[in-house]
Design a protein around this ligand. Structure first.
Ligand code: IPD
Ligand code: CA
Length: 268
């Protein structure tokens, strides 16, 4: 059992904010950019921001474990921090300000805390299980809409075939909703929680991109499939998160969260 969630909550917010500021400094100067896969970018900022986050958290919680996008897994135990130092790296690399730092904390199998800093927007999102989700201290609530007025973000990566993505777009557009792709899964989920968009779906995404945002959607009254089923923590999974009134239409259109996906759960 994790005893000290209060101090971890305080730390996750402070460290996400500091990491966001470091990312913002890198954004404003020329830095080295490389491809680690097809349309999969890495910059010198990613590693440095991740190392800063881990060193700050380790100094306060030396026995905790870490799973970072860049550095992989470190340590073991029931207290696990899941870190994406820069989500929306392609945007970041191209000078587009739509990127964020995303940090989640798992207490055993429970998603307990999440924080997302979007430094170029001056936005800090946070959530704690059972205690709500906030955007700069304003409580967040998902927004329901008629599917014909809904905006659903559809994430893409080269980890799934292009055809699967174009078919997903067709099926979602077929419901009457529209779609966007803004290039940060973490912010895409935070936007659902904030009621700016109505849903987020991606056929494969990693836990560091999603966990903080998923907790925010849950705490803001939304629904999601069970992302952590089938070892989603380490292998990634499909994700669908949305306002509750859109669940049926979007589950049918995307195929994510159907009854045969065991362990699916209502999040409210
Ligand atoms: C990616 C972004 C993107 C999502 C991909 C992620 P990165 O992370 O979140 O929006 O569609 O699945 O890999 O590379 O920007 O850290
Ligand atoms: Ca990411």
């Amino acid at each position: 059992m994790i005893r000290d969630l209060d101090s971890r909550e305080e730390a996750i917010v402070a460290v996400a904010r500091e990491a966001g500021e470091l990312a913002r400094e890198f954004f404003s100067k020329p830095i080295e950019i490389k491809l680690k896969g097809k349309q999969d970018y890495i910059t010198e900022a990613d590693g440095q921001v991740e190392r800063m986050i881990i060193s700050r958290l380790k100094a306060r919680f030396p026995n905790d474990a870490f799973l970072g996008e860049e550095g992989g897994a470190e340590g073991a135990g029931d207290a696990l921090w899941v870190i994406d130092p820069i989500d929306g790296t392609a945007n970041f690399a191209h000078g587009i300000p739509h990127f964020c730092v995303s940090i989640a904390f798992m207490a055993g199998t429970e998603l307990a805390l999440g924080a997302i800093a979007a430094p170029m927007y001056g936005e800090l999102y946070r959530a704690r299980a059972g205690r709500g989700a906030f955007l700069n201290d304003r409580p967040m609530r998902v927004t329901d809409a008629d599917i014909k007025q809904a905006v659903v973000e559809l994430g893409w990566s080269s980890r799934r075939p292009v055809r699967a993505y174009t078919a997903l777009i067709e099926r979602v557009l077929g419901t009457g909703a529209t779609f966007l792709r803004a290039g940060s899964g973490a912010l895409g989920l935070a936007y659902v929680a904030a009621g700016r968009t109505h849903g987020y779906c991606e056929m494969h995404i990693n836990s560091w991109d999603t966990l903080a945002g998923l907790l925010m959607v849950r705490e803001a009254g939304g629904w999601s499939n069970d992302f952590l089923a089938s070892d989603g923590l380490r292998r990634g999974n499909a994700v669908l998160a949305c306002a509750p009134g859109l669940k049926d239409a979007l589950v049918t259109a995307t195929g994510v969260g159907q009854a045969n996906e065991k362990l699916e759960r209502r999040i409210s």
